[in-house]
Design a protein around this ligand. Structure first.
Ligand SMILES: [Zn+2]
Length: 57
């Protein structure tokens, strides 16, 4: 798969349904068949970037 943010193929699998882009450091997860994009903040928390990638959800 490719990263939806930077189109890089440097995406590694980090969990059952979770992927991580080593190029732009985004985390992606498939939840209920939908791809969600999250960013790991400096303090370790996750913030959703779905609004940036998926309009109308
Ligand atoms: Zn990326």
């Amino acid at each position: 798969m490719k990263c939806p943010n930077c189109q890089s193929a440097e995406v590694g699998r980090i969990g059952e349904q979770e992927y991580y882009c080593w190029s732009c450091f985004l985390e992606m997860a498939y939840i209920d068949g939908q791809l969600h994009v999250r960013e790991i903040e400096e303090d370790g928390s996750l913030s959703s970037l779905d609004d940036l990638f998926f309009d109308g959800r």
